[in-house]
Structures are given as structure tokens and as C-alpha cells.
Ligand binder design. Structure first.
Ligand SMILES: NC(=O)c1ccc[n+]([C@@H]2O[C@H](COP(=O)([O-])OP(=O)(O)OC[C@H]3O[C@@H](n4cnc5c(N)ncnc54)[C@H](O)[C@@H]3O)[C@@H](O)[C@H]2O)c1
Length: 403
């Protein structure tokens, strides 16, 4: 292994590489960007110009000859296992985008190969590096919140159309499932970071509007082995909300993950405390707007993750998000969810249904994957853009059965 900064290569130069990994590598103090690979030569050309990379490859296997210490895998989910296996068998450490793999069996196999080849395998979950989350964790570890009573990790947002127009996101075979494999996995990471190993999981959710063929809303209750519970609440159906609440016997920490603010109350809340907290939130948001971090926070979070990983590669310590950690959480929620999904979805008002339909009409039905599904007859005319959308809600299990 080289001395000084580690040399990294990136496989896949789509949105997450452009917005997270590549700028994160440019900011990293411990790792330098040495090469990139992508199937699309145009994407490679643009990436090379934007990030000043000399070495570009259309086949990632050719990139592996570059004596790299670390390879970032930023390709569609169904390719993670195969490419990570090739890289590890080549003797290189890997940072794999979430989810580690599309199936638990593949993820276990990856962990086994990492052990056999003695390389570091780490999953990319960058939201734990939000400074307010780190501060809350420091308070918790120092005992300032007391014993854990309960947690809430909530993320409601739009379907990822504004992020990428890649079709694999809408194919459960390729994505590995719905919302849990996508944003749910990030919030689960935060629950596990505080709560530790899980004893029992119960969950509910599904294809809430019955139109997508994958889970768009999931709620899960985790009971931690060490005591306390964590509630996961994620959907692709509502206006934006992203927060983490940690309730302990000696205090409460609330992280607003949109504004990166932390409210810590060790006795009770009062108006003055809330006023100063809100004032601090406005000031720090203003600062983040001025230094542009507010609009693009991923580079800083990825730089922190990359530096943390580099430290563990150099010192031989376990990586920040190990393969073993990545496996049980998603498996538990998925397997717990199916039986619970038999229940009726919560009642919604006509106003909610109309709001959802408007949002869907504006975004989803314009997407090529929706038209493809219509052409294949998966969504008959009259159920979508070309007709009236049914206002009856339906809950569908991941195996496609109505429940
Ligand atoms: N951590 C996060 O917050 C976060 C956010 C978004 C996406 N992701 C994850 O990042 C990964 C990529 O997401 P994306 O939105 O950038 O996907 P994308 O499909 O938009 O882009 C993927 C890129 O990989 C390239 N590619 C595909 N197969 C390849 C191969 N065999 N060799 C080399 N390049 C190849 C494609 O040409 C494309 O440029 C996914 O696993 C996704 O789940 C993580």
C-alpha cells in the first residue's frame, strides 16, 4: 500500500458520484482521486474535465491495473455485488454505495470475500456525518441523554425522479426493493448507530397508492437488545420532512436533518430556550447558504466518510459502516414487513388523495418507466396519465399480492 494519501478509483460516474464521491474525494485530506470508470464515454469525458482526472476507463477491470488502494462503487444496485467481488478479489478495499447488495445472500457472500481477501468493505451511509448527528451521538455516548427510551427516524420526500432518470430505480429486481433499500436504509443506519443491535422488528407498509409495484411507504418498530425502541418512518409520498429524535431518561436530542440543527433539552423545554435555538438555526442556515453548503451538502459528508474509512484502512480498525452491520437491518425490516402489510392502509382524506394525484401526475407519469409500464400493459389506460386515476387506495405486498 502506498504511503501518504491513498489512491482511489470510482466505478460509475452518475449523480451520486458527481455530487458526493468525486467532490468528496477532492476535499479529502487522506485520499486522492486517481481514476474513474463508466460505461458511457461522454460521461467519462465530462467527469475527467470537471474533476481533473487523468485516467479514465470504459471497463472497470482495466482501471484495477492502476494500483489503487480504494475503489468506490457507484453503479446501479444490482451490479454492486459483482463489481465489489471483482475489486476485492483484486486485493483492493471497497466503498460500496448503499444498499450493499440487492439480496441478503449476496451481501453475506461479499462479507465472506472481504474476510478471505483481507480487504476492507464499507457501505456508503453519509448522513451520520451531519455535524448535528455527530454532536447528538457525542452527548449520548457521554451519558448526557441517560438510558435510551425511544427514537424516531423520519424521512418523507418525493420519489427520486429529480435525482436520476435511470430506470433501474423503478424495477424492484434491480433496485432490491422499494423505499427501505433506498432512503430507509439511511434512517435505519441512524437508529442502529444509537440503539445498537436489534432484538425484534415489526413493520408495516407497501405500495401505498397501488400504482408503482414497489414499497413507497414503510413504518417499522425496532426493539433494541440493549433496551429502548426505534421507530422508522419513511415514504416517497409526502412533502419533505427529515428528522431524528433521541429520547433518553436524562434528556432529549432532536436533530433537524434538513437544517442541520440540534435541540438538546436535559430538563424541560421553555420558550426562551426554543427562541435561542430557533435564532441559532436561522444564523447557521444563513451561513450554510452563503458558503453554498446548504444547497449541496453531500461533498462535505462524503469527505468525512472517506477520511474515516481511510483511517480504518491504514490502522486496520473496523470500517465505519461494516458489511456485517449492513446486512441484518434491511433483512429484518423486509421480512417483518410482509405479514404486517395485510392490514389496511391508514384512512386518507379526499384532500390528501387529490394532493398525491396532482404530485404524481406532475412527476411520475412523465417518467419513461411509467410509459414503458403502460405500453407493457402493467398500468391499463384509465389508471394513470391518460385517464382518471383511481381514488381508491390499495395496499400491495412486495410479492405483488393485494392485501
Ligand atoms: N448514499 C446516497 O445518499 C445515495 C443517493 C443516491 C444514489 N445512491 C446509490 O448510488 C448508486 C448509483 O446511483 P445513481 O443515482 O448515481 O445511478 P445512475 O444509474 O443514475 O448512474 C450510474 C452510473 O453508473 C454507470 N454504470 C452502470 N454500469 C456500469 C458498469 N458496469 N461499469 C461502469 N459504470 C457503470 C452508468 O453509466 C451511470 O453513469 C446506487 O447504488 C444508488 O442506490 C446513494
Amino acid at each position: 500500500m502506498s504511503t501518504g494519501r491513498l489512491r482511489a478509483g470510482v466505478v460509475g460516474c452518475g449523480p451520486i458520484a458527481q455530487r458526493g464521491h468525486l467532490p468528496g474525494l477532492l476535499r479529502s485530506k487522506r485520499v486522492q482521486l486517481a481514476a474513474v470508470a463508466d460505461l458511457d464515454p461522454k460521461v467519462l469525458e465530462k467527469t475527467a474535465k470537471r474533476f481533473h482526472v487523468q485516467k479514465t476507463f470504459t471497463d472497470y477491470k482495466d482501471m484495477l491495473r492502476e494500483k489503487l488502494d480504494l475503489v468506490h462503487i457507484c453503479v446501479p444496485n444490482n451490479l454492486h455485488a459483482r463489481i465489489a467481488t471483482d475489486v476485492m478479489q483484486h486485493g483492493c478495499n471497497v466503498l460500496v454505495e448503499k444498499p450493499l447488495a440487492t439480496s441478503v445472500e449476496d451481501a453475506r457472500q461479499m462479507v465472506k470475500i472481504a474476510d478471505e481477501t483481507k480487504v476492507t468493505l464499507c457501505e456508503a451511509k453519509q448522513w451520520r456525518y451531519i455535524p448535528a448527528v455527530q454532536k447528538a451521538l457525542a452527548l449520548y455516548n457521554a451519558g448526557r441523554l441517560g438510558k435510551l427510551v425511544s427514537m424516531l427516524a423520519q424521512w418523507h420526500t418525493d420519489i427520486p425522479l429529480t435525482w436520476s432518470h435511470a430506470e433501474w430505480y423503478y424495477d424492484p429486481q434491480k433496485s432490491g426493493g422499494g423505499i427501505v433499500s433506498d432512503i430507509g436504509i439511511h434512517m435505519l443506519d441512524l437508529l442502529l448507530l444509537f440503539g445498537g443491535p436489534v432484538k425484534r422488528v415489526s413493520a408495516s407498509g407497501g405500495d401505498y397508492l397501488g400504482t408503482m409495484g414497489f414499497d413507497t411507504s414503510v413504518q417499522a418498530l425496532l426493539e433494541f437488545k440493549g433496551g429502548g425502541t426505534g421507530f422508522l418512518d419513511v415514504s416517497w409520498l409526502s412533502p419533505y420532512s427529515k428528522l431524528l429524535d433521541i429520547v433518553g431518561t436524562a434528556g432529549i436530542a432532536t436533530v433537524d436533518m434538513q437544517y442541520y440543527s440540534l435541540l438538546h433539552a436535559n430538563y424541560s423545554r421553555n420558550p426562551m430556550r426554543d427562541f435561542f435555538h430557533d435564532a441559532r438555526k436561522v444564523l447557521s442556515t444563513g451561513r450554510r447558504v452563503l458558503n453554498k453548503d446548504f444547497f449541496d451538502s453531500l461533498p462535505a459528508l462524503y469527505a468525512a466518510l472517506i477520511d474515516d474509512l481511510a483511517e480504518s484502512i491504514v490502522t486496520g480498525k473496523p470500517p465505519p459502516i461494516s458489511g456485517e452491520m449492513a446486512i441484518p437491518e434491511r433483512h429484518d425490516v423486509h421480512s417483518a414487513k410482509r405479514p404486517c402489510c395485510r392490514g389496511q392502509p391508514p384512512e386518507t382524506t379526499r384532500h390528501h388523495r387529490r394532493a398525491h394525484q396532482d404530485r404524481l401526475r406532475k412527476s411520475m407519469y412523465r417518467h419513461p418507466s411509467w410509459r414503458l409500464r403502460q405500453r407493457r400493459g402493467k398500468h391499463p389506460k384509465g389508471s394513470g396519465k391518460n385517464g382518471r386515476t383511481s381514488s381508491r387506495l390499495r395496499c400491495v405486498r412486495s410479492d405483488g399480492q393485494s392485501c
